[in-house]
Design a protein around this ligand. Structure first.
Ligand SMILES: Cc1cc2nc3c(=O)[nH]c(=O)nc-3n(C[C@H](O)[C@H](O)[C@H](O)COP(=O)(O)OP(=O)(O)OC[C@H]3O[C@@H](n4cnc5c(N)ncnc54)[C@H](O)[C@@H]3O)c2cc1C
Length: 218
């Protein structure tokens, strides 16, 4: 190992599983382990709980499914919440959930690699501490167990569309879309008609933009 790297590498032994991700899945897993008296460490590269919902969803978002299908174990949504809670209600719920089960994730810890060391039957996770000014501080977390709860859509996927680079207007993924207000009076092509595509199109209509939708399937 390079001596400079050795200087910066700090090792942390975790007494219990390491959970990667402080979204709803990571929180539910941590709470379930806690109920059984099993300690764990939750790592997240973001600076807060449920970062997907906070940073990468549009303003008008409400749960797409009724609340009874989206609640986490041991704590129902508050009874006064509507059937389809808003994004802000959902965020307040997951934050109270973390407090209630005393889950304190380690934020700004971006997991770069996870390696199982067969010699000692241990997982070794290298993280980059994104809060450190030079972002070069590396920590190695070591544990017998690893639980990956890093999400199904952690990275936005923009299809490689030939000629796209010649399009002069803005191109964005729905994870960057906040409101149709920015598109007032403009024609907007929405690619895809899943939940997000449909809801964004409605939002564009409500904000006096003109959406066109293209769908691959018939
Ligand atoms: C517009 C929209 C509407 C939705 N509506 C619903 C709904 O109504 N009901 C429902 O149940 N689900 C819905 N979903 C699905 C959504 O995926 C889930 O609500 C939920 O966020 C999934 O939780 P998760 O913990 O599995 O993943 P995420 O919420 O994506 O959390 C993963 C976490 O892992 C962290 N992470 C990722 N990679 C690393 C790494 N290398 N190192 C450290 N940390 C990392 C991320 O920072 C993130 O905080 C919706 C999603 C979208 C986008």
């Amino acid at each position: 190992m390079e001596s400079k790297e050795a200087e910066l590498l700090r090792c942390v032994w975790v007494n219990g599983p390491i959970i990667v991700g402080a979204g709803p899945s990571g929180l539910a897993t941590a709470a379930s382990l806690g109920q059984l008296g099993v300690p764990c460490v939750v790592l997240d590269r973001s600076d807060r709980i449920a970062s997907l919902w906070h940073y990468r969803t549009y303003d008008r978002l409400k749960l797409h499914l009724p609340k009874q299908f989206c609640q986490l174990p041991f704590l129902p949504f508050p009874p006064h919440f509507p059937d389809y809670p808003s994004k802000h209600q959902f965020l307040s719920y997951v934050n109270s959930y973390a407090s209630r089960f005393n889950i304190r994730p380690r934020f700004n810890q971006s997991v770069q690699s996870a390696r199982f060391d067969p010699l000692c039957s241990l997982w070794r996770l290298r993280t980059l501490d994104l809060s450190s000014p030079d972002s070069k501080s590396t920590v190695e977390y070591i544990s017998r167990w690893l639980i990956v709860a890093s999400g199904e859509n952690a990275e936005p996927l923009l299809p490689d569309i030939p000629g796209l680079e010649q399009f002069a207007g803005p191109v964005l993924h729905t994870s960057e879309y906040k409101s149709g207000e920015d598109f007032r009076g403009q024609r907007v092509l929405v690619v895809g008609c899943g939940n997000s595509g449909m809801e964004v199109s409605l939002d564009l209509c409500n904000q006096a933009a003109v959406p066109y939708m293209v769908v691959r399937n018939s």
